[in-house]
Design a protein around this ligand. Structure first.
Ligand code: TMP
Length: 211
């Protein structure tokens, strides 16, 4: 029986997601909540292979990497389930929304295929909350240009713009098909502490919700 809540944080590369997750985890700990922070791609065997592909070390097609992310996630679910059963709140940096937004780009067929791989997979559980930190892709790209020596394959302005539209398309799609997902979009171009307050509020509300 799941005792903890499963929370996912999503955002574009360069959105400040990592910083916000660190702040969130600290605040949840301070509030006495037992948390289990985790991330995708994972540090497991498939996740390590994915990181190599993201760095450009070897080339893979969009479909192959989509399958790799989904396989990594299926393995990750055993770890997530255990943490939830132990009564922890799992805070996961990226989940299936990323696969659909990044690998579902290009065509309707591609989008629906990535949805099917993840949303109709009994080995991939549905989160209790997904928060999307919505940052203008140009701001993300500026941060990436300033902070990274080496860029990963998706860290390009045109790709980030496409990915942002895909996230929006996915959230609309989920509503339209009546899929019961709990999604909160936080406009996150602004001040770090204000974003952190909004993120904490959304997550805390879900954690204390007994339903
Ligand atoms: P990170 O910057 O959050 O560590 O994410 C690594 C990259 O992997 C980022 O460019 C997004 C990408 N990604 C996908 O394309 N599909 C996925 O399913 C996941 C989890 C990440």
């Amino acid at each position: 029986m799941q005792k903890g809540k499963f929370i996912v944080i999503e955002g574009l590369d360069g959105s400040g997601k990592g910083t916000q997750i660190k702040l969130l985890c600290q605040r949840l700990k301070d509030a006495g909540i037992k948390i289990y922070p985790t991330f995708e791609p994972t540090s497991g065997k498939i996740g390590v292979l994915i990181r190599e592909a993201l760095s450009g070390k070897f080339k893979v097609t969009q479909n192959t990497i989509g399958l790799m992310f989904s396989a990594d996630r299926t393995e990750h679910n055993t770890e997530i389930q255990k943490a939830l059963d132990d009564g922890c709140c799992v805070i996961c940096d990226r989940y299936y929304y990323s696969t659909i937004a990044y690998q579902g780009r290009g065509s309707e067929e591609q989008f629906l295929w990535t949805c099917a791989l993840n949303l109709n997979n009994s080995g991939i559980r549905k989160p209790d909350l997904c928060v999307f930190l919505d940052v203008n892709p140009d701001i993300c790209m500026d941060r990436i240009d300033t902070n990274r020596d080496k860029k990963e394959i998706y860290e390009k302005a045109d790709i980030l713009r496409e990915v942002r539209s895909e996230y929006q398309k996915l959230f609309d799609y989920m509503k339209n098909i009546g899929r019961n997902e709990n999604i909160t979009v936080i406009p996150s171009d602004g001040e770090k502490n204000e974003i952190s307050d909004k993120l904490f509020d959304a997550v805390y509300k879900t954690i204390v919700d007994k339903a």
